[in-house]
Design a protein. Structure first.
Length: 575
């Protein structure tokens, strides 16, 4: 069920599982695509039917109404037309860039004021879209900040949203409705058919994220950009970067330069580590913005700070520089809560990171500070929270922050494994909102199975079903769904050392978490999800994305893309 209010009168959202086939006779003149389908049917040949069903999208849309009598076929003559608005235009250009490599079509983009032929893919920015599909028409009056409506008919494809972000998500849906070959980086000859009908869609929760730990192992800017692309495919809108930990400090800070140059010079296992310059970080921010993803930077305090102490021993309680740490233990390091220099350091660092970050949040960690206890810990957190507020950002922290005083806009990221958590529930009663990252469902560093070659198992094994089968809205006892901002899937990287490793742990569990964050609860259905997800395997293979061929998913046996046209294969059963 959507957490966003529908305008009155508001029909109940229809779960995707119950797709209504429209029986209405199309009012328009049959177009080439329709005629081809009808001709093929008449000949008893279903080969020309679109390869993908309208109800196969991940995450499941709020409402889907298939029209099996219609389909739209992309051709060399297809053009894209878009409302004259810079944000909408950027989305139309993104759509063209997604479709050009595989189709080899020109797909010119023009704004709706242009004279000449109208586009057959039309992207319209409109607060109150109107359209011809009567059954779900009434609920289009409020698509919200991220919703969209997609109509596919023989004559063309019409995408309408109230914001560029909504159009962007409509484009991600459109991409999934084309054959898997659309993921090819080189031209493929196939019939580029989209299934006919209407999708009306908007998210259940406003915060849908993933976390990448770039501190335990460092990852190049290009790797982070690719992860952002993966998030966007599944309509996730936040990337939390865990930028600092015992093993490495990964962001340049001008006022404390040795944090990055000295503190960033290693990683787990003793590799060379690295850090992002401010220019690197700006590249990440800007790519994220182009994918409608907000960056949430984390500076973990007061624990997980060995790398900072190596660089600046005056921050250490004993004022002695510890050796660099390349192991995987936690909870031993902390900045000196009794020294004023520590708070100057925090204000400087958070001030610089806030200035680089357009999003509304700063994450201050707070987890596993085992040596800073009781009132010393809560006093420290309360000061750090106020420093965040002084930068103009809202504070996010792991749920260990819960006992500290509430502060406007405070968000706790819950990573527990026991859903009875009275301390967190009390913080919620005092005003905190929650991001749900239950360790035993959403932690993507957990192994899939006993024999998974990398990963942890302290929170249990997490197969795809376990990642999918829980409800963020009701998960923590005595926390109402109205206090849940959304979900996040963290990937800790003690044992994750490459982009291939990252993708192996993300796919296919990331789309499962994405569906929990986006889709109405009424659409939750493991049996349907595993079928829909299976169709994504060939897409990932074609895009060169590594994934775990999870045994509980009925992956198609044969590639749907002609072999000679396929990108290099990376998909893997074993690692
Ligand atoms: C706990 S979850 C941690 C991390 C580790 C992770 C490994 C959390 C807030 N802290 O420091 O990397 O377990 O799964």
């Amino acid at each position: 069920m959507s957490s966003l209010p529908l305008s009155s009168p508001a029909p109940e959202p229809t779960p995707t599982a119950t797709v209504a086939a429209s029986t209405a006779v199309p009012a328009h003149q049959p177009a080439a695509g329709d005629l081809a389908v009808l001709a093929a049917r008449a000949a008893g040949d279903d080969l020309l039917a679109p390869a993908v069903r309208l109800d196969s999208v991940v995450p499941a849309p709020e409402q889907v109404e298939a029209d099996p009598t219609a389909s739209f076929v992309l051709t060399a003559d297809t053009a894209i037309q878009v409302t004259a608005d810079p944000g909408a235009r950027a989305v139309a250009d993104h759509l063209a860039e997604l479709l050009r490599p595989a189709t080899g079509f020109l797909l010119p983009v023009a704004d709706t004021r242009a004279v000449g032929p109208t586009g057959t893919l039309t992207l319209t920015l409109a607060a109150t879209p109107a359209g011809p599909a009567p059954a779900i028409e009434r609920s289009t009056t409020d698509l919200g900040a991220e919703g969209y409506r997609l109509d596919v008919a023989g004559a063309g494809v019409r995408l309408v949203a109230g914001t560029p972000t909504g159009l962007f998500y409509g484009v991600q849906t459109l991409r999934q409705l084309l054959p898997a070959a659309v993921e090819s980086s080189t031209p493929v000859t196939t019939r580029w058919a989209l299934p006919g009908g209407t999708i009306l869609d908007r998210p259940r929760f406003p915060y849908r994220g993933a976390m990448l730990d770039v501190a335990r192992h460092f990852f190049a800017v290009e790797d982070v950009l690719r992860v952002i692309d993966h998030l966007a495919r599944y309509k996730l809108n936040h990337l939390h970067l865990h930028l600092t930990d015992d093993q490495g400090w990964r962001i340049a800070v001008d006022s404390w330069p040795k944090l990055a140059t000295v503190g960033g010079a290693s990683e787990v296992g003793g590799g060379p580590g690295g850090h992002y310059t401010k220019a690197d970080y700006r590249r990440i921010v800007s790519h994220a913005a182009s994918r409608h993803v907000t960056l949430v930077p984390e500076i973990d305090l007061p624990g997980h700070t060995n790398a900072a102490l190596v660089a600046y021993p005056q921050l250490a309680p004993d004022k002695l520089a510890p050796p660099p740490y390349t192991g995987t233990e936690v909870g031993f390091s902390y900045v000196d809560p009794a020294d004023e220099q520590t708070y100057d350091f925090i204000a400087d660092v958070l001030g610089e990171v806030a200035a680089l970050t357009p999003g509304p949040w700063l994450h201050i960690g707070g987890d596993e500070a085992f040596k800073v206890k009781g009132a010393v810990y809560t006093d420290f957190v309360e000061r750090a929270q106020r420093i965040v507020a002084d930068t103009g950002k809202a504070v996010v922290g792991w749920h260990q922050l819960a006992p500290a005083a509430h502060l406007d806009g405070r968000v706790l990221q819950w990573w527990g494994t026991d859903a009875e958590d009275p301390t967190t529930a009390d913080a919620v009663r005092r005003g905190a909102r929650l991001i749900l990252s239950p360790g035993n469902h959403a932690y993507l560093d957990m192994k899939y199975a006993e024999n998974t070659p990398i990963g942890h198992d302290w929170a249990g094994l997490i197969d795809v079903r376990r990642a999918y089968d829980w409800d963020p809205g009701t998960h923590v006892a005595d926390v109402p769904s109205t206090a849940v901002l959304g979900v996040e899937a963290p990937l800790w990287t003690e044992s994750v050392t490459s982009l291939t490793d990252i993708e192996f742990m993300l796919f296919p569990r990331l789309p499962a978490i994405a569906e929990l964050g986006w889709s109405p609860r009424a659409a939750h259905d493991w049996a349907g999800f595993r079928e829909r997800l299976a169709g994504h395997g060939p897409r990932w293979s074609t895009a060169g994305i590594t994934f775990h061929r999870a045994p509980e998913i009925p992956w198609p046996a044969t590639p749907t893309v002609p072999r000679q046209n396929r990108a290099p294969q990376n998909d893997t059963t074993t690692h």
